[in-house]
Design a protein. Structure first.
Length: 669
């Protein structure tokens, strides 16, 4: 049925009516959320009710001059959203019938009300307000009066403007028979529906049970390997945004990224990560535009709960991520605090090139290598230069400088002040940025030796972003260095909930158990870490140390020799412990060679004098050990504070000089 030139304003079908002039869909008089493109499709189908509207016709109307090429994917998404709004099914359609490889046909009867001109689609952006409205739930009951063309409420069968099309009335006997048959079929349908609801949970009730989810790596639709950093970075930002919601446990990036490119069934992934729901999606960047398609799936039943596609200018990419998080929270009925709700509406436009540099910086920071960290600093610097009001690159700079200072040969007095300056700049721009508070907390812990100030920053970071695992890990390390090991393990257990397959979380938990002198538990935990990654140098080092403290000297030496042979095993984190193992095994010459090598390194850069001290402690030269600890204190060695609770230094604990270190480096209670 093609409408005449005097096209209608209102088209009614079933419980729905489409207001073509206003660009709105209503059900029983209440507005239904429907985005612009699905509504345009509905208009085309209604204009040609009973006829086939081809996919090519839809392409030409919806995307007449678009640079994107995956029209099939976009059209399928729009049709799915339209069907969701109409509570329709592709398998048993009531309204929209699919004709494979051809197009679609509107199959329900329609009532056409005359309007004031040709059908109109709301201009671009007009539906913005309705797009952010949560879907309405309608009670079943007696049909309510619906507005007529002039806005007045009229009965459903009324014709206020004298223009509603009505089919010829059939004779009374066939009508009565049809009515009886309809009542019978309706009774059967209601009985079947009640039986189905009794035997399984309803789709509407399921979202109430969602309190945890995992965002799987977004697929890069460009197929350009050079754009992988962009897809990974958008995944990171989406995870970080959702992780700020306190009522939702969001699996962190490390555990989620292991599923990149895998084809594991979603129920298996949900079980492995212990989550209620999984988020899948794609990202496509084209010129200055970016589009994200998101799908929320209930993990246990592999049942789709919600899907949406968002397309924005790159300047609005942060607002886009927050809109996705807001819509998802609304869909699964997560209760937002006033601060969280305000935070999801506060994103500022960002320079697209600055954001791209930031995503590259995150990509390299996640590598955690010396070269990767240096590269991340370059990109974070570029991002800050391009957009000086953008807070995230400064938080990234703080994290990168902290990581270089803690793990590599950088002079503390040169590297850590840069971390502090960057963290404070980030907080001056956005004091609600949990990542910046956590970075400032780490700086205070490892360089200022201000455990109270560090703990205050970590707790603030967790308050603002409870799903940020590094805040929990770093706070756990701080508490352990203060000999509050039980509290430290609680923080690491929380981090493990957020990042269940993370090597770092598992590794740090084993290390805390080691410092608590719970060696058997530490060994058990470290072996679990090695099951995740057999060539992880950290874990082999901590395992060797635990063996040494248990008196299993040969086993400890073997583990530390294994550490030295692994990638990254020559780090100043590990080399001193091989010297300590040689010393404990009576191999004094080998131990002193390592000490001399580290002292030579001290002439070129920084060799962590507090760790050199442990070799002399193993040999039994207490004066040398205390002298190198004193040097560590004077040079603000980031390893100094943890060394005060290191089991290897137990032979020095009764020494007055060692007790003076404790007194000088820890504030009074």
């Amino acid at each position: 049925m093609k409408y005449p030139e005097a096209s209608p304003r209102i088209v009614r079908f079933g419980a729905f009516e489409a207001d073509l002039r206003a660009g709105q869909l209503r059900k029983n008089g209440l507005k239904v959320k429907l985005q612009d493109q699905p509504f345009q499709i509905l208009v085309m189908l209604l204009e040609h009710a009973g006829e086939v509207v081809t996919r090519d016709e839809l392409y030409r109307t919806l995307w007449p001059a678009d640079t994107f090429t995956d029209f099939d994917h976009r059209l399928n998404n729009a049709i799915n959203r339209l069907r969701q709004a109409l509570c329709d099914s592709a398998d048993k359609p009531r309204y929209i019938e699919t004709l494979p490889r051809r197009g679609y046909r509107f199959i329900a009867p329609v009532d056409v009300g005359a309007g004031l001109g040709p059908p109109g689609i709301a201009p671009e952006g007009q539906l913005t307000a309705s797009e952010t409205t949560a879907p309405q739930e309608h009670a079943q009951g007696v049909p309510q009066p619906r507005p007529g063309g002039d806005g007045r409420a009229v009965a459903r069968d009324a014709d206020p403007m004298g223009t509603v099309r009505k089919l010829p009335r059939p004779s009374s006997w066939p009508l009565g028979l049809a009515a009886m048959l309809a009542i019978l079929l309706a009774g059967i349908a209601v009985g079947w529906f009640v039986w189905q609801r009794a035997r399984r949970p309803s789709a509407q009730a399921a979202p109430d049970r969602i309190s945890s989810l995992a965002v799987l790596p977004l697929e890069n639709l460009s197929r350009d390997p050079e754009q992988e950093y962009f897809a990974d970075g958008m995944t990171d930002v989406l995870i970080a945004t959702l992780a700020k919601l306190s009522a939702l446990r969001v699996i962190s990036r490390t555990s989620a990224m292991q599923y990149k490119g895998t084809k594991k069934p979603l129920p298996h992934i949900g079980q492995e990560l212990n989550v209620d729901a999984v988020v899948e999606g794609t990202v496509l960047r084209s010129g200055s535009r970016v589009r994200i398609s998101i799908k929320l799936v209930q993990a246990a039943e592999d049942r789709h709960l919600w899907a949406e596609t968002y397309e924005r200018d790159l300047r609005d990419v942060l607002a886009l991520q927050e809109e996705v998080a807001h819509d998802m929270a609304s869909r699964i009925r997560v209760k937002l605090t006033p601060r969280e709700r305000a935070g999801l509406l506060s994103a500022r436009p960002v320079n697209p090139e600055a954001h791209e540099d930031y995503l590259r910086g995150v990509y390299f920071w996640n590598q955690r290598t010396e070269q990767g960290l240096k590269k991340s600093i370059e990109y974070f610097d570029h991002a800050a230069e391009r957009d000086s009001g953008y807070a995230l690159p400064y938080a990234g700079l703080a994290n990168s400088h902290n990581s270089l200072g803690v793990h590599w040969h950088f002079v503390p007095r040169e590297i850590f002040p840069k971390a502090r300056a960057a963290a404070l700049k980030a907080l001056a721009l956005d004091d609600t940025l949990g990542e910046a508070h956590a970075a400032l907390g780490l700086y205070k812990a490892v360089y200022e030796w201000d455990p109270r100030g560090a703990d205050r920053e970590f707790r603030r970071a967790i308050e603002l972003n409870p799903g940020y695992p590094w805040a929990h890990v770093w706070r756990g390390e701080l508490l352990s260095s203060m000999e509050r090991h039980t509290e430290a393990l609680a923080e690491l257990d929380r981090a493990r909930e957020l990042d269940p397959t993370s090597l770092n979380v598992s590794d740090q938990r084993g290390y805390v158990l080691y410092k608590a002198r719970r060696y058997d538990e530490a060994i058990e935990q470290i072996r679990k870490t090695l099951e995740l990654e057999p060539r992880f140098a950290h874990a082999h080092c901590w395992l060797g140390k635990a063996y040494l403290q248990k008196g299993m000297l040969q086993e400890g030496l073997a583990e530390l020799e294994e550490t030295a042979s692994l990638p990254g095993g020559d780090s100043p984190l590990f080399t001193p412990w091989l010297g300590y193992a040689y010393a404990r095994c009576g191999k004094r010459v080998e131990a002193l060679k390592i000490a001399d090598r580290l002292k030579a390194q001290e002439q070129k850069s920084f060799a962590y004098p507090s760790r050199i001290a442990v070799i002399y402690c193993g040999i039994g030269q207490k004066d040398q050990a205390l002298a190198w600890l004193e040097r560590g204190y004077q040079e603000r060695d980031p390893a100094f504070l943890p060394m005060l609770v290191e089991p290897a230094f137990d032979p020095l604990r009764s020494d007055a000089h060692f007790q003076d270190f404790v007194r000088r480096s820890r504030p009074p209670p």
